[in-house]
Design a binder for this molecule. Structure first.
Ligand code: PLP
Length: 376
């Protein structure tokens, strides 16, 4: 198998699994229990909190563990609405993940107003559009760091500064940036930032939300006193240990991530674009994650190409894994190229550090072969 779908999910690192094992076997106590067998696992949650905080330059008390980034995204937006019940306007973009878009659409049904900022042909925002969209009624701006389908990077620093200057909280879905680019909330005036472990080699089912100190937060999930009353529910100690260890590893590996992945991605991209006719890159050429390439193969339906690639042992996708079971065209590519069929005829390849030059060579050859077959 050649796995080129790291934006969908990543394998659990052996060191992450090893760190989790005691909490899946012998150390299974409840961290809220008063006796030592339970209470002693509380400290490992705090270690993980420090590790996740360190990945983004936060203070550990600014990290809330959640079940996934979908929950983190919902919780952040929800917190801003609770903090300012009279402000019923949300600014986001047309290319966000469904965990932001579908929540915003649900809020519209409850009477909230949502501005979905457009993107250009390259997937970039116009900051003037953001400036114009923010008004007195705006409760939050929610704009992602890196797009999961194209890898296009939004200018988060400029966005954060605009929001700060207008007194509007900024929530950033940083799921795809984690472990791929340096993130430091001390240099970025973001108020809320979402992460999920499974995109950086922790298991699925564990996420985190950064909430800047003194920023309002009210829980989305009400329950016990866990997470300092900010998120009810017995903590999944093994998963929390896993995301902590994975964050530590991501921090350690991040200096050479780009060096390893970018040349492979570039070879894959150039290999396909130069040898296969009627292909087109989706997304800005440089303002993009080092691991992602999204290519339209004109005249070939994504689904057909993916099935044949799967038969060749190659895992890629036609957009977000969360929407893979729907036959909707990619909303991201549609927002970038509304007049073209590109949104139905594209494939995302997203690389990881374990990919090799041999994987890339085999993939280019396989894509050449199957596109010829489908166009014959
Ligand atoms: N945001 C982005 C940009 C994503 O790519 C994903 C996952 O695909 C999510 C949010 C949702 O993450 P989770 O699967 O942890 O809910």
């Amino acid at each position: 198998m050649i796995y080129l779908d790291h934006n969908a999910t990543t394998p659990v690192l052996p060191e992450v699994l090893e760190a989790m094992m005691p909490y899946l076997t012998t150390e299974w106590g409840n961290p809220s229990s008063a006796y030592k067998f339970g209470a002693k696992v509380k400290s490992v949650i705090e270690t993980a909190r420090e590790q996740v905080a360190a990945l983004i330059g936060a203070h550990p008390l600014e990290i809330i563990f959640t079940s996934c980034a979908t929950e983190s995204n919902n919780a952040a937006i929800h917190a801003t609405l609770k903090a300012n019940p009279n402000k019923r306007h949300i600014v986001t973009s047309a290319v966000e993940h469904s965990s932001v878009l579908n929540y915003c659409m649900a809020l519209e049904k409850e009477g909230y107003r949502v501005t979905y900022l457009p993107v250009d042909h390259d997937g970039l925002l116009k900051l003037a559009d953001l400036e114009n969209a923010i008004g007195d009624e705006t409760s939050v701006v929610s704009l992602m760091w890196a797009n999961n389908e194209t890898g296009v990077l939004f200018p988060v620093k400029e966005i954060a500064e605009i929001c700060r200057s207008r007194g509007v909280p900024y929530h950033c879905d940083a799921v795809q940036a984690a472990g791929k680019i340096e993130m430091d909330v001390r240099k970025l005036p973001v108020d809320y930032l979402s992460l999920t472990g499974h995109k950086f080699h922790a298991p699925k089912g564990i996420g985190a939300l950064y909430v800047r100190r003194k920023t309002p937060f009210s829980p989305l999930i009400h329950g016990g006193h866990q997470e300092r009353n900010l998120r009810g529910g017995t903590e999944s100690v093994p998963l929390i240990v896993g995301i902590g260890k994975a964050a530590e590893a991501a921090r350690r590996h991040s200096p050479d991530y780009e060096k390893k992945v970018r040349p492979l991605r570039d070879n894959l991209e150039e290999g396909m674009l130069s040898s296969i006719p009627n292909t087109e890159l989706n997304g800005h050429k440089t303002q993009r994650l080092a691991n992602t390439t999204n290519i339209t193969f004109h005249g070939i339906e994504s689904e057909a190409l993916l099935i044949l690639l799967d038969q060749e042992g190659i895992c890629a996708s036609s957009g977000s894994a969360c929407l893979a079971d729907s036959d909707e065209p990619s909303h991201v590519i549609k927002a970038m190229k509304p007049a073209s069929a590109a949104s139905r005829q594209m494939i995302r390849f997203s690389l990881g550090k374990a990919n090799s030059a041999a994987d890339i060579k085999a993939t280019v050859t396989a894509v050449q072969r199957v596109t010829e077959l489908l166009r014959a």
